[in-house]
Design a protein around this ligand. Sequence first.
Ligand code: HEC
Ligand code: HEC
Ligand code: HEC
Length: 136
Amino acid sequence: MLPRPKNNFWWTVAYVAGLMLVLSELFTVELARAEYADVVLNRLSEANGMRPVIYPHWFHRIRFRCKVCHSELGFQMRAGSNDINMMKLMDGKYCGMCHNNEIAWGLDNCHRCHSGRKGMQTGIRGGHKAGGPGFW
Ligand code: HEC
Ligand code: HEC
Ligand code: HEC
């Protein structure tokens, strides 16, 4: 029979290896998902033969002040609560306010917005629910 201390040692090694496996698994899974706090918009897209829209909120938030979108452009601060459609974008409203080939690339880049997987539901990914200081 092996002496006890050695036994404990191997248990520790096995435990640490197991823990690392679990951690690496978590990170791999995380990378495959929509990014933290992305908003999926799929009220109309899939029903009309397009992939759901993935709106990268963080990407925009680091470039513009909240009030640009949530007061001046009229986006309600609740995922899925805005009545957005392509006609409105072409009229220069909502995303179309900037995605017009002037401030940002234009509406002809369908796949850059309609980039979600089929079956994704309207709503925010992770985001506010995860909370934590300084996230908003
Ligand atoms: C470039 C435009 C833009 C900017 C800048 C922006 N947002 Fe948003 N925000 C959006 C859009 C679009 C949505 C999703 C609306 C929808 O789903 O109908 C949204 C959704 C939200 C939501 C709702 C999320 C939920 O859980 O339902 C909150 C809260 C929010 N924004 C807060 C902020 C804050 C705080 C800032 C500034 C730090 C900010 N936003 C900056 C466009 C913007
Ligand atoms: C206030 C201006 C503004 C509004 C409103 C806005 N965008 Fe953008 N968006 C930008 C700018 C600027 C970029 C960066 C363009 C570039 O890289 O050339 C961008 C980039 C993007 C990207 C690419 C992100 C990446 O990783 O490269 C996506 C996708 C996108 N916007 C989707 C949307 C959608 C969907 C909406 C509406 C719900 C929206 N945007 C509303 C300004 C805006
Ligand atoms: C700047 C982002 C953006 C671009 C680029 C874009 N769309 Fe959209 N589109 C949206 C958003 C946001 C909605 C509403 C999403 C929802 O709730 O399903 C939408 C909705 C739609 C719908 C649903 C029906 C309707 O009338 O709104 C269709 C179809 C559509 N888009 C087709 C296209 C096609 C085709 C292109 C390229 C020529 C395109 N979109 C480019 C953001 C975009």
